[in-house]
Design a protein around this ligand. Structure first.
Ligand code: FES
Ligand SMILES: [Fe+2]
Length: 423
């Protein structure tokens, strides 16, 4: 439970809000880079409550421009793509991707353009994503060089979906082990029949709905472990999740990362990142099998209104139509949730609790250890400088341990503040 003031501080992402300022002190994913073709059109994109235009010039360089033109605010998403720059269609001012003003045809003096600088932002391309930094130049942190970014493209799968709620409640679903065997009980049953590596790693969860939960704060956020004892109590299965403030979750599978990036206060892009050190996940037939199992195929996303073009369109599943839940299948024992798959189940419960969840009314229990840690980690991060983070060593992980072992031994490179357990 949080008071309303802390809830707003934790959730609101505008430039003048505490969380908005924190997000702007981190590198943020903007979009998948394969959407930006050489010679392509400028693409509008909304991020942390502001509007931008992304574009790739003829030499392959990418720019992220403020959407409103420097001159008198016509939208640069209407601009002409002219090889080395974008030309605003209103009065023809032309800007290169680094903000250089290339032309101001309604001003005769050529020195005028040289005195100006277009509003563009630092960008990087990495791991199939375009990233930007929107904060003060002197506070720019090191780039998040996650190990999966250096894998060949074929071994990395990055799939976004969008959903109509605040980003914090999307993160909550990822640090909440106790919902898996309930909300996703159909999916876990399917996992027992699948030979996909991903599926096999989650099979055990359906057999114990109340794992012991322990958490450990770290400079970057926290780790938390869901611990399930074997029937004879000689071993324990530990599934350890890492949360890196303010928007990154590393799944216990060890090869899944989730980036929960605010579009604005009430909309979020969820980038699902899967990778494999050996398998060509991003090549057929593995790609389709993987996406099909998770429910991230194009068809599934369009049907549930989880793409930018379909989110909020009349007729798609939403709170207004109870997400088109299949009550017949629920009564007939065919489906626990009445929703088509894992993603739809997570989206429905997160969106159903409101655009920005009211945390003054919740009743947390022992199973919500990591939810409390999440609130604390986010609120703590608001008031602190961004810590140096070793992105090469932070990991989610799982293992079968001797019952006397401490799961923290799985994290030899744990960056911690003071050790502290939480049961
Ligand atoms: S508003 Fe863009 S050139 Fe005038
Ligand atoms: Fe879930």
């Amino acid at each position: 439970m949080l008071n309303d003031e802390d809830n707003q501080r934790m959730c609101r992402v505008g430039a003048n809000q505490p969380m908005g300022r924190l997000l702007r002190r981190h590198w943020l994913p903007v979009m998948s880079t394969d959407r930006l073709k050489i010679g392509g059109d400028p693409l509008p994109v909304r991020l942390v409550g502001e509007d931008f235009v992304a574009w790739r010039d003829d030499s392959g360089r990418v720019g992220l421009f403020d959407q409103s033109c420097l001159h008198r605010s016509a939208s640069m998403s209407l601009a002409r793509a002219e090889g080395d720059g974008l030309r605003c269609i209103y009065h023809g001012w032309k800007f290169a991707v680094d903000g250089t003003v290339l032309d101001t045809p309604n001003v005769a003096d050529p020195a005028f353009a040289r005195r100006l600088k277009g509003r563009t932002h630092p960008v990087r391309e990495a791991g199939g994503l375009l990233w930007t930094y929107l904060g003060p130049p002197d506070e720019m942190p090191a780039f998040p060089d996650w190990p999966w970014m250096s894998l060949p493209d074929a071994q990395r799968l990055v799939v976004p979906h969008v959903q109509a709620c605040n980003f914090v409640q999307v993160i909550e679903g990822l640090v909440d082990s106790s919902h898996l065997g309930v909300l996703h009980s159909n999916g876990l049953r399917q996992a027992t029949r699948s030979d996909l590596g991903f599926a096999q790693k989650v099979q055990s969860m359906q057999f114990n709905l109340a794992p012991r939960l322990e958490a450990q704060d770290s400079d970057f956020g926290f780790y938390y472990a869901a611990l399930r004892d074997s029937p004879d109590a000689t071993t324990v299965e530990a599934r350890v999740t890492a949360f890196v403030a303010p928007f990154t979750v590393l799944n216990p599978n060890g090869d899944i990362m989730s980036l929960l990036v605010p579009i604005d206060d009430t909309h979020t892009v969820f980038y699902h990142v899967f990778w494999s050190p050996t398998e060509p996940l991003n090549r057929e037939p593995l790609r389709s099998r993987h996406l099909d199992f998770i429910g991230l195929t194009d068809d599934a996303l369009v049907r549930f209104g989880l793409t930018p073009d379909t989110m909020g369109t009349p007729g798609t599943p939403s709170p207004a139509n109870n997400f088109q839940q299949d009550r017949v299948a629920m009564r007939g024992g065919l489906s626990f949730s009445g929703l088509p798959g894992l993603i739809e189940e997570d989206v429905a419960v997160a969106v159903s609790s409101g655009p920005v969840r009211d945390r003054t009314r919740e009743v947390l229990c022992g199973a919500d250890v990591a939810i409390r840690r999440l609130y604390n980690a986010l609120l703590r991060a608001l008031d602190q400088p961004v810590p140096p983070i070793d992105y090469q060593t932070i990991t989610g992980t799982h293992a079968q341990l001797d019952s006397r072992a401490d799961w923290r031994e799985l994290l030899p490179t744990l960056q911690t503040s003071t050790p502290q357990g939480d049961h």
